[in-house]
Design a protein around this ligand. Structure first.
Ligand SMILES: [Zn+2]
Length: 361
């Protein structure tokens, strides 16, 4: 069975239409602009969890920047039934799939060392091995959530995956992310190393409608796409990051120290502006109303005013709302959808309810 799909080669932004077939242990595809390509099923990676009716995005270990987007439900189901790792989703998969130290990894470590000494943290961040980023991200996450419950429910997980899928419409190179919701009484959102994004229950409680949450999520995805947490780690620790990468150990005790984490997650104002721009662009391409991010930011400003008179909802670690002054300017930058573009909701009412209730599950 051959089905039509979209392919992005990871080098150019051009969408290529291809025909995909599955041949037992691999899939192959080609098209008018695409030469015959064969990807082993073993090396495939589902970028988001598979959700009925949502486009399904695949990449391959040999070509991590490339994206194959399939919409044929029968094909997707058949593929997933072959190999359960293609179901996609939570980080157990990501961690489980991390390939250990390879010759390539070691070379990357040496290059990283060179770059950290001589180049910008932003550049060095790109050279950190994925396994290290994921491991350190996991440590940061564990330290930050301080034993809070990870909220999951079948319907809530599905809604979250649908929101990510909707945001990815129009942005095929959305980076791989793992979004985790914790039952925390603090209004915040964080992107830590390795594509892990943490949202709190309080944040979801305070959001009026899914688009506000989608806006915050898109902002955090911006930090992931720009490797802001990784750059900040390199900036603040330099040699220690290198040493721990080199010895294969963790990021040192620092990544479990909350005071240090608060500093790591206090991104530069430039990084915040870029994450806002990313959120705006992603939402416009997905036809999700960007003004939702604006209303949410305004709400945060107001809550911050209350905080001065004793509202504790904003206490906690750096994160989304730590970069002041400047929030007013950030709000001003957010523009509505272009004229003539009709917004669509980032979730159905039913999905939004399931997501709101995810911590009750
Ligand atoms: Zn931010």
């Amino acid at each position: 069975m051959a089905v039509s799909a979209q392919f992005y080669d990871g080098q150019t932004a051009r969408m290529q239409v291809v025909n995909v077939t599955e041949n037992g242990t691999s899939i192959s595809f080609s098209g008018p602009e695409t030469s015959y390509t064969n990807w082993t099923i073993k090396g495939l990676h589902a970028i988001d969890p598979a959700v009925d009716g949502q486009p399904y995005r695949l990449t391959h270990e040999d070509k991590p920047g490339a994206r194959l987007i399939i919409r044929d439900q029968a094909f997707i189901s058949a593929l997933i039934s072959k190999s359960s790792h293609l179901r996609g989703g939570y980080s157990a998969r990501d961690i489980g799939h991390i390939i250990g130290w390879t010759v390539g990894g070691l070379a990357a470590v040496l290059v990283t060392g060179y770059l950290t000494m001589t180049l910008l943290p932003e550049k060095a961040a790109h050279m950190l091995p994925n396994a290290w980023k994921a491991r350190v991200g996991k440590q940061m996450e564990t330290a930050m959530v301080e034993g809070a419950k990870l909220c999951r429910s079948p319907k809530g997980d599905e809604a979250l995956a649908a929101m990510i899928g909707n945001l990815a419409e129009g942005t095929p190179d959305l980076p791989p992310i793992s979004v985790h919701i914790y039952d925390m009484n603090v209004l915040n959102a964080f992107a830590v190393s390795g594509g892990n994004i943490i949202l709190t229950r309080e944040l979801i409680d305070k959001a009026d409608g899914p688009d506000e949450l989608a806006g915050v999520l898109a902002h955090e995805i911006g930090h992931v796409a720009h490797l802001d947490p990784e750059a900040q780690l390199v900036r603040l620790t330099g040699l220690q990051v290198l040493t721990s990468v080199f010895t294969g150990s963790n990021g040192g005790d620092m990544t479990t120290n909350l005071a240090f984490l608060a500093t790591v997650l206090k991104f530069t104002r430039e990084a915040e502006a870029k994450a806002d721009a990313y959120a705006r662009e992603t939402m416009i391409k997905a036809r999700i109303n960007p003004l939702a991010l604006k209303t949410f930011f305004e709400k945060i400003l107001k809550l911050e005013g209350d905080k001065k008179s004793g509202n504790a909802a904003l206490t906690g670690l750096g994160g989304l709302f730590s970069t002041h002054p400047g929030t007013e300017n950030r709000i001003k930058e957010i523009q509505p959808l272009p004229a003539g573009v009709v917004a669509r909701p980032s979730l159905t009412d039913e999905q939004w309810k399931a997501l709101k209730d995810i911590c009750k599950g």
